[in-house]
Design a protein around this ligand. Sequence first.
Ligand code: PMV
Length: 347
Amino acid sequence: NFIPKATYTWQTPSNIALVKYWGKSNPQIPKNTSISFTLNNCNTITTIDFEKKEKSTYVDFDLFFEGKQKEEFKPKIAEFFKRVQEYCPYVFEYKMTIHSENSFPHSSGIASSASGLSAIAMCLMSLESEINPDLSEKDINKKASFLARLGSGSASRSVEGPLVVWGNHPEINGSSDLFGVQFPYKVHPIFNDYQDAILLVDKGEKQVSSTVGHNLMHHHPYAENRFQQANDNLTKISKILQEGNIKEFVKLVESEALTLHAMMLTSNPYFILMKPNTLEIINRIWQYRNQNGSNICFTLDAGANVHVLYPKNEKEAVNQFIESELSKYCQKNQYICDTVGLGAIRL
Ligand code: PMV
């Protein structure tokens, strides 16, 4: 089909890894399999206007973030278009005007690359599916995840939900290094509507960008063991999720978070990405769990913020605990309550 002009808007979520992706080879191929909960409230809304150009020799786009033209975000997006042009030749043929906004506060330390890049990928796929109406929804999601991966690895896990696996794994049917797939087995109901409260401990710029971080794994003395451990943890968590073994879930998820940070502590150069309040929160979570027979646990990204994970049946009690006890360790007492979600939504 010939499409002279089109506009698409997508809302795509952030995600939080349970088994972490840390280490990659080119082009954005993960060294181990990872799995994440797709989030719901933390998302990006992106609109792209496509207008057919006369000449189609170079990629041309304007970028507005929260209403303002953002030159500093352009290089990352330009690099993304460069990587996807081989798979989406039509990016040369249209002038693109991108408007994007995040639901979470600006520079909150919440990574926006997963939600941001998956939103652009969905808009590209909307255009592609009008040019080629034979594409099924499954094909569209698969290719959107494939494209998003080329922008930011974890973005491949933000197209669908509630649980997405990225990386080829012998025990996950249909899994691939090239795109994320929905966890293909029936999950125990204890994991339905799981809660994630994101405690904003440090809202500053990330000390280690994920590009630098992944590269640290290239000459890391523990890298090979770590990749093996992550793949073994994937096997374990698959069983845990199906059986509903929440005690084992807690142990595995916390160990994954601490291992991610241990990789940074032991890399060259080395980094400490936790802040004193990160540790205060972890200790308070452990205390609360022991005293209340709770199944609350924490996970971390490559930064100081803490994700508090808990089942829906503890929502009221844990929210109370966060508000009265944990919020005091957050910058300006700020935290975001989120739940597991289902992925990209066309608006
Ligand atoms: O997608 P990237 O390149 O920003 O890497 C993200 C890595 C972690 O967030 C630390 C872990 C993960 O699996 O999401």
